[in-house]
Write a protein that binds this ligand. Structure first.
Ligand SMILES: [Zn+2]
Length: 69
């Protein structure tokens, strides 16, 4: 996974993993030892890419909808 996160206009950093592509899931009492009581889990939202593609209406779509109003 690339460390550098590029943000294209139709992509955003995954809020689930904060762009890491993975998360630490608690498996026990993380207040004692976070690393001992958690394990790395690949992010299910962005499929470990760290970013999400935003499905937004294109500028053309917005123009059409503003015309209809
Ligand atoms: Zn993610």
């Amino acid at each position: 996974m690339a460390k550098l996160i590029k943000i294209a206009h139709n992509k955003c950093i995954c809020p689930t993993c904060d762009g890491n592509g993975y998360l630490r899931i608690a498996t026990g009492d993380t207040s004692k030892d976070f690393r001992e009581n958690s394990k790395v889990h690949q992010c299910w939202d962005c499929e470990s890419s760290g970013e999400l593609t935003i499905e937004e209406p294109s500028l053309e779509d917005l123009k059409i909808s503003s015309r209809l109003q």
